[in-house]
Design a protein around this ligand. Sequence first.
Ligand code: PLP
Length: 286
Amino acid sequence: MSRVAYVNGLYVPHADAAVHVEDRGYQFADGVYEVCEVRGGRMVDERRHMERLQRSLRELRIAMPMPPAALGVVLRETIRRNRVREGIVYLQVTRGVARRDHYFPSPDTLPSIVVTARATDQAKAAASVASGAAIITVPDNRWDRVDIKTVGLLPNVLAKQAAKEAGAREAWFVRDGVVTEGGSTNAWIVTQAGAIVTRPAESGILRGITRTVLFEVANRLGLTVEERGFTLDEALAAREAFISSASNVVVPIVSIDGKTIGDGKPGPVARSLRDSFYDVAEFARK
Ligand code: PLP
């Protein structure tokens, strides 16, 4: 089956899908994106992802390219045309196409919109949850508006490549000794006392949708969550560590910079959060 992408109003063969060379996303990373999990052919937490998209656009003063309901139709149609049951749908909105100039283009410039969807390898995902993943740490050298989900991800790309070259799954950014987040995930630990700790999302990290849902999952399971920064030393001494994201929900971490976390196996807290995630997450209609 051939893949299909939605590009500025048209469903086109994925192999031919393209934007203009003067698209501001291409020229300046002047755009934002969202990634939503697809499960059983339905989007997970569409509402929260749409709300975050609108916030990101507002922060950058880019117009919403179409009303949220219409965008929902495009997302669903892209999922349907690609026959995705278990996978992700990706959405990108940029400030549009204009002659290259740093200033905002004229207000009548239409934002560009691209939507793609693809299946993910469920066996591979299950294997990494079963075995747990390794992470490395890198200095957090990003700008201070990482709360906006922009396509400007070069520090994240370099961090994740460094992780890959070190045989690890993810890189945790560390600023002033405190872990901020992963290259494409939020970072969590479980203390020896059993408290779940993750950094506040006021600034310095992306407010992950999975992170938000996990607060409620933890609450339902009667687990204590502390929203505060944790140091790398605290992480190394933790009982468990894990990462969260829409594409992989919860993945247990078994080593940091080559040092074993807990007993070196995926921990029970990460497992129970993962197991109960879909009891709280919202499923969109097909
Ligand atoms: N932090 C960063 C830097 C990310 O890129 C992502 C997801 O792409 C996340 C956190 C997790 O966010 P979400 O749970 O909404 O996928």
